[in-house]
Each structure stands twice: as C-alpha cells, then as structure tokens.
Ligand binder design. Structure first.
Ligand code: F6R
Length: 260
C-alpha cells in the first residue's frame, strides 16, 4: 500500500485528483468506481475544476458507485444518486447512460446485485476505485465481519455507521438501516484503489487499515491484499500511524515512473 500524507484536506484532494486525471489521460475510456460521503467531496471539486479549466474529458468514462441506501428514491436529497449528481455528474461531461449507481428502490435486490456485478464485467472491470473509510474501518458499506470475499449485496448498516451518517439527516431515525453495497471481493478486483481520508475521527481506522492485521473486523485492511492501493490522508488522519517517518521518506524518494 502506498501512503501519501498531506498537511491539509485540500492538498490531499488535489493529489488524489491528479492521480485520477493521470489515469484518464492515459485511458480516456476508463471505468471509474466512485464513493460518496464527505471524504471525496474535495477530490470531486478538483476534478470539476480540471474539467472546466483544463478540459479534463469524461465523455468516454463509465462510472460505478459503491453503494446506495435502500428505500431512498434517486431524487431524495440524502440518496447517493442525488449526492453524485450534485457533487460531480452535473458539472462534468460524463454521458448519463455511462453512469451506474445501485438502485435503492428495486423490487428484487438479489437480481439487481447480480446484474450490477455482471455489468461491471461487461464494461471491462473497474480501472480505479475511489474509496472512503468509515470510523469503524468499513469500505463501501462492508461493515465489521463482512467477508473479505463478499460481492454486491444487501447489507445491514452497523449502529456506528447509522450514528455517523445521522448528521446528514434531520433525525437519526431517518437514516436507512439497509444499503446495497459492492462487496470487498468486488472492490479488490479493481485495477487500482484510491482511498481518501481526513480528520482525527478517522485516525484509528486509518492506522488499523495500514498497519494492523488483515481482518474482516476492519474491512479496509483488505487493501493490504491489493497490488495497487494508494491512500491519500491528511496529518490528522495520519496521527496514529507508528511508521509516519517511513511513509514520508518513501514518498520523497519515489522515482517518477508512469503508472498507467
Ligand atoms: C460511501 C461509502 C462509505 C464512506 C465512509 C466514509 O459511498 O462507501 O464507505 O466512504 O462511510 O464516509 P465519510 O466520507 O462521510 O466520512
């Protein structure tokens, strides 16, 4: 795992966006996996800026989102459909028919999840998956004890996640308790993983993801099994790492070889 530590959220978002842009420049028809939540907002803001100021082109890009709350229609302001449209899709030139987000309102979840998995394969697999990390160490909505081989499925959210996400809803009782989420196994099949995390409340989970054992108790620790996982964090999120000096040294000395 490559660990890149920045002094601020803005700086880490910019570096993460440069990494995505590098992929799109090398492969204009890349398949991007996307995440929601507060962590990638800065990355999306920077991609929008690059699209507007530098002509970063999304016209051949295909996207797959990690997850969606069950029970929320696409037009619900807390749905991940709505989030993606507001924070990214409405500002860039990705064709509507190239966008995939799990349905929160399908009548047949099992069939939908199978279709989603098949659709990823039909599109050639995910080139780069953007991820955040929950304070309980989850990636997507793969809560503690989720199988590290799991696929896209219906999942019950952990109490901790419901509490964390209550800040986006008027009342905690409004937070859905189920989601459709890509599995850890699905995520690990992406060719590159890019995880962004900031703030002190992520420091514990980040330290366990990077330096702890691989365990389904911290599903983000599965990134250790991936050959091309890159983690962009700020000083606060890095504050519980024991090998900080080592990560900074490696980053400073890294040769600038093309990555895609
Ligand atoms: C969202 C997702 C989640 C979040 C995580 C962190 O699509 O998959 O795993 O990335 O819960 O959320 P924030 O960024 O809001 O702290």
């Amino acid at each position: 795992m490559e660990v890149k530590i920045s002094p601020t959220y803005e700086a880490l978002s910019k570096q993460a966006a440069e990494f995505v842009a590098e992929l799109l420049n090398a492969k204009p028809n890349a398949v991007l996996g996307l995440a929601t939540g507060s962590s990638p907002i800065g990355l999306y803001r920077e991609l929008v800026r690059m699209h507007k100021d530098e002509g970063l082109d999304f016209s051949q890009v295909t996207t797959f989102n990690l997850d969606e709350y069950v029970g929320l229609p696409a037009e619900h302001p807390q749905s991940y459909h709505y989030f993606m449209y507001e924070n990214l899709f409405k500002h860039i030139n990705v064709p509507k028919e190239h966008i995939h987000i799990p349905s929160g309102t399908t009548k047949n979840y099992r069939a939908f999840c199978q279709w989603y998995e098949n659709r990823i394969k039909e599109c050639g697999g995910i080139d780069m998956q953007v991820l955040g990390i929950g304070s309980d160490g989850h990636i997507a909505f793969n809560e503690p004890t989720s199988s590290l081989a799991s696929r896209t499925r219906l999942k019950t959210l952990a109490r901790q996640t419901i509490e964390d996400n209550a800040r986006f809803f008027d009342r905690a009782e409004e937070v859905p308790i189920y989601a459709i989420t890509m599995g850890v196994g699905t995520i690990l099949e992406a060719r590159h993983l890019l995880l962004v995390a900031n703030g002190e409340n992520k420091a514990d989970a980040v330290a366990k993801m990077i330096e702890g054992p691989v365990t389904s108790m911290i599903t983000a620790s599965a990134l250790q099994l991936h050959p091309h996982a890159k983690v962009f964090i700020d000083d606060a999120a890095a504050s519980k790492l024991t090998m900080r000096e080592y990560y900074d040294w490696i980053q400073a000395k890294k040769p600038g070889a093309p990555r895609f």
